[in-house]
Design a protein around this ligand. Structure first.
Ligand SMILES: [Fe+2]
Ligand SMILES: [Fe+2]
Length: 189
């Protein structure tokens, strides 16, 4: 379980961030105006930690390894997970581009922020659920202990590279800022 447990642990932080985003979404639905600074912390957290770090390890290391090993048998599963990563990138970019107008109170920008925020939360929540409950257990069954160790080693190298590029601690600070600026916790159960 060590291989996928590392990714599941990262999901916990990403889900915490998603909880704050859902809180922001709920407030916008009620015509409240979460501070734009909240979103300015959220965008780099999801872009750097969830996407460039976590999704990178899944997509370019794990999925690539599995696709080569299973020679096309997992194309559908891997393709749908990759597609969800890609959709999330698009939603997040549109969240980012709506922020200037949102801050100025432009109603079209508020709507754009809301729809992309809602889509981002929804797609990423389902994605994480499917990885934790369906895909990762399958990965644990499919890979041999040696293959898991090889991938874990690649994960470690990527984690070291990230520490110089964009330390995890900086991302945790972004997450803390999100919590401070939204001023609450979100329970999705
Ligand atoms: Fe993923
Ligand atoms: Fe994931």
């Amino acid at each position: 379980m060590e291989l996928t447990q590392a990714l599941i642990d990262e999901h916990v932080l990403i889900l915490e961030g998603l909880g704050y985003l859902k809180l922001a979404r709920d407030r916008i639905e009620k015509n409240q105006h979460p501070p734009v600074a909240f979103f300015k912390n959220a965008v780099p957290f999801f872009r750097n930690y969830a996407d460039k770090y976590h999704h990178y390890k899944e997509e370019f290391l794990m999925f690539g390894f599995l696709a080569a090993k299973k020679e096309g048998l997992l194309d559908l599963e891997i393709g749908s997970l990759r597609h969800q990563h890609e959709s999330g990138r698009g939603f997040l970019t549109r969240v980012d581009t709506s922020l200037k107008g949102y801050d100025a109170g432009n109603e079209i920008a508020v709507t754009s922020l809301l729809e992309n925020l809602a889509a981002f939360c929804s797609v990423l929540s389902r994605h994480i659920f499917m990885e934790d409950r369906v895909f990762f257990p399958m990965v644990e069954k499919e890979l041999s202990p040696t293959e898991k160790n090889t991938l874990l080693e690649q994960f470690r190298l990527e984690e070291q590279a990230l520490e110089t590029r964009n330390p995890v601690e900086k991302n945790l600070e972004l997450l803390n800022e999100m919590q401070r600026l939204i001023g609450g916790t979100y329970n999705d159960d």
